[in-house]
Design a protein around this ligand. Structure first.
Ligand code: SF4
Ligand code: SF4
Length: 92
């Protein structure tokens, strides 16, 4: 079990030109613009959970990215935009 970044689509201001998280993510092909939805999008399989994207998005006062628990099989354990419950952090 580990955490990955997830963007709350409705709040992302990429359509206004923000690319902060995309510029700061240290992983190649991990956080990029979804040109159809015009929001930043995280590739779950590639995210290392470093939270740099959360820091820069919050620093710009957008507060759009949350860390979400992912199971050992790579499936999100919570719905997008919902924080992982404390107990879930200890399930395989
Ligand atoms: S930094 Fe935040 S608001 Fe800007 S593109 Fe990334 S998720 Fe969207
Ligand atoms: S948590 Fe780190 S690796 Fe994952 S999307 Fe954010 S900056 Fe990239």
């Amino acid at each position: 079990m580990y955490n990955v970044a997830q963007v709350i689509d409705e709040k992302c201001v990429a359509k206004k030109g923000c690319r902060l998280c995309i510029m700061y993510c240290p992983e190649a092909n991990c956080l990029d613009l979804n040109p159809t939805k015009m929001v930043a999008e995280v590739v779950i399989d590639r995210c290392k959970g470093c939270e740099l994207c959360v820091i820069v998005c919050d620093a710009a006062k957008h507060y759009v990215i949350t860390m979400q628990a992912v199971s050992a099989t790579g499936k999100l354990m919570t719905q997008k935009g919902e924080s992982a419950a404390l107990g879930q952090a200890y399930q395989g």
